[in-house]
Design a protein around this ligand. Structure first.
Ligand code: HEM
Length: 126
């Protein structure tokens, strides 16, 4: 279940990130390209990789994985506008990006605990 949430959220963030990329290309305005990059890499790539890990390592699915999911989503939802605000030199931008980055790091540490605990275990076949 939690693996599917990761995979589906990754697709949603991929759609948002790629749409922003197309918008930037079409408008010839690449100002927000770091926002695009972070949505695609943390959102699409990172969440999808985590989803694949939880799919193939069912023993890692549990409370820690669920907390990882929510912390990761909250972190990304905060860091993305924070980076945009920082680029646009808005006063709240850098602090919000900083808070989002710390939450994103916490999410990754939770993932790291799961990977270190369970990556050596027998994996699922599908
Ligand atoms: C529809 C798909 C995509 C489009 C149209 C697109 C478009 C763009 C554009 C226009 C730029 C700015 C280039 C520049 O200023 O030199 C850019 C930068 C970038 N994109 Fe994409 N992109 C797409 C998908 C992706 C994906 C899937 C990823 C990562 C998984 C990605 C990662 C990046 C990175 C890392 C940068 C550089 C950001 C920076 O230098 O601050 N892009 N993209």
């Amino acid at each position: 279940m939690i693996a599917s949430w990761f995979l589906r959220s990754a697709i949603v963030f991929g759609l948002i990130g790629m749409s922003l990329g197309i918008f930037m290309a079409a408008s010839h305005d690449h100002t927000l390209s770091p926002v695009h990059a972070h949505i695609n890499l943390i959102g699409w790539v990172g969440l999808f990789l985590a989803g694949m890990f939880y799919k193939t390592h069912p023993s890692a699915v549990g409370k820690l994985a669920t907390v990882h999911f929510f912390v990761a989503i909250i972190g990304l939802i905060i860091i993305a506008p924070g980076i945009a605000g920082a680029i646009l030199a808005l006063p709240w931008g850098a602090p919000v990006a900083g808070i989002g980055s710390i939450i994103t790091l916490i999410a990754f540490i939770l993932f790291a605990i799961g990977v270190f605990r369970h990556s050596g275990k027998i994996t699922a076949t599908a």
